[in-house]
Design a protein around this ligand. Structure first.
Ligand SMILES: [Zn+2]
Length: 109
């Protein structure tokens, strides 16, 4: 998969077989989906489109590299809502402030 922001290639950590990668990206089986795998220097995530989107009901797979995650967290384009297995990595005031800035104040500038 390639990063949706910068086009950097994000590959499976344990697998360099492209056919295997395609099988994982297009998998709909619970534990074989892309977001259950280990990816190098980024994430490949399954997402589901809710009501209101013209893609309502669609399941998508997207990739974003670690550098773009970091810059989009700083700019407020991505919201950090906590860590899935280290509870003490809570939402920082800075992350929340960045999110507020771009989502609430941009129209005032
Ligand atoms: Zn990127």
């Amino acid at each position: 998969m390639k990063c949706i922001c910068c086009n950097k290639k994000i590959e499976l950590v344990m697998e360099d077989d492209r056919a295997k990668q395609e099988e994982i990206v297009f998998s709909t089986e619970k534990n074989k989906k892309a977001d259950c795998q280990m990816w190098l220097d980024g994430i490949v995530a399954n997402t589901y489109c809710g009501y209101g989107s013209s893609y309502d009901g669609a399941q998508l797979v997207m990739a974003i590299c670690d550098n773009c995650i970091e810059s989009r967290l700083e700019s407020g384009h991505i919201a950090y809502i906590g860590h899935s297995f280290i509870p003490e990595f809570n939402v920082s005031i800075e992350h929340r402030r960045n999110w507020r800035r771009i989502n609430n104040l941009d129209e005032l500038i």
